[in-house]
Design a protein around this ligand. Structure first.
Ligand code: SF4
Ligand code: SF4
Ligand code: SF4
Length: 322
């Protein structure tokens, strides 16, 4: 019997989502037995031309991690979309833009100027920056275009399902693989994780007072948080109210607040906006001065609220100066 063909691909990614596949441990043997892997750049030496020669829809499912930052990533993603019956956005970067998406607070020129010219460790007196075409000794060398704006996978191609998390936990990956292989698929565009907020499943929720109020925020590295109390109750920014459950409360159990990597809960369009309105409703400030003190203590509010979701938000990116 022919096995279903499966592709794994990475775009703008840290490699952690590839690790997550390896973290399946012995279960990876079940995957390898059940499917025929046709592309997996981190582990196997297939070439793009192998994919180009396939029939459209020949790959059963492509798991694509990472955000879209370059022309090459966009091209390969579109190729995989054409050749695949299903495309799954694997991990926060593909789902929401993720950590690479924080670059949308700047543009390509600002990033190149910082990385190639102004960083203290850089020696670049001629101010050379990467170009898409350069001629060296009569040979034309090319690099993919580096876009101004980081995009989510579904801003470039049609996506069938989403596996959330930075990186997705092994139980959710196996659950998604099993649903696909057994053809027990949820509604198109579903997220393979529960439709609940993290606060609904967080063990600290039980001890949370009926009415929370925040007078001042504290950064996590400046305090020793009480491991039983809700982070918000302690004035520590936690994205639990605006974040989907399903990670096993990984950060909370390590006494760290949630940063939102599972993305918004169903029905929420903008995760950052959701947490900001939740925080605003908990803020306790009777005067303008108290209000200023409270919000001044909330450092890097945009970065914290949109840590994983800026490209997928209503804003997409910081507005460019004109
Ligand atoms: S989702 Fe997290 S682990 Fe996966 S590529 Fe992005 S940053 Fe890395
Ligand atoms: S805000 Fe954070 S710590 Fe508090 S209940 Fe929600 S997830 Fe748990
Ligand atoms: S607690 Fe939040 S940031 Fe941590 S893994 Fe879970 S969803 Fe992601």
């Amino acid at each position: 019997m022919r096995k279903p063909k499966v592709a794994f691909y990475w775009n703008a990614s840290c490699g952690g989502c590839e690790e997550a596949v390896v973290d399946l441990g012995l279960d990876i043997l079940k995957v390898v037995e059940a499917v025929d892997i046709v592309l997996w750049p981190v582990a196997l030496d297939f070439k793009y031309k192998h994919i180009e020669t396939m029939k459209d829809g020949e790959i059963a499912v492509s798991f694509i991690n990472g955000a879209i930052r370059t022309q090459e990533q966009e091209n390969i993603t579109k190729l995989l979309r054409r050749k695949s019956k299903l495309v799954v956005a694997f991990g926060s970067c593909a789902h929401l833009g993720g950590i690479p998406g924080l670059a949308n607070f700047w543009d390509a020129e600002q990033i190149f100027n910082t990385v190639y010219k102004s960083l203290p460790s850089v020696q670049n007196p001629e101010g050379v920056i990467p170009k898409t075409n350069v001629n060296v000794d009569g040979y034309e060398l090319t690099l993919p275009e580096f876009y101004d704006t980081v995009k989510t996978l579904d801003q470039v191609v049609d996506v069938d399902y989403y596996l959330p998390g930075c990186a997705p936990p092994p139980d959710l990956i196996m659950g998604a693989l099993t649903s696909i292989l057994e053809n027990k698929l949820p509604e198109k565009c579903s997220v393979f994780a529960p439709d609940k907020s993290l606060c609904d499943t967080c063990p600290r929720g039980e001890n949370k007072p009926q009415k929370l109020s925040i007078k001042k925020f504290q950064r996590i590295h400046m305090v020793q948080p009480d491991p039983r109390k809700c982070f918000l109750e302690q004035g520590i920014f936690c994205l639990g109210p605006a974040t989907r459950s399903g990670c096993g409360e990984r950060c909370i159990n390590a006494n760290m607040p949630c940063r939102g990597c599972f993305g918004p809960i169903k029905g929420t369009v903008d995760q950052g906006d959701k947490i900001l309105s939740a925080i605003a409703s908990l803020a306790e400030a009777r005067t303008e001065q108290e209000e200023k003190t409270l919000f001044d203590s909330l450092e890097d509010v945009a970065g914290q609220s949109y840590m994983y979701s800026l490209p997928s938000s209503l804003l997409h990116r910081k507005r460019k100066e004109v």
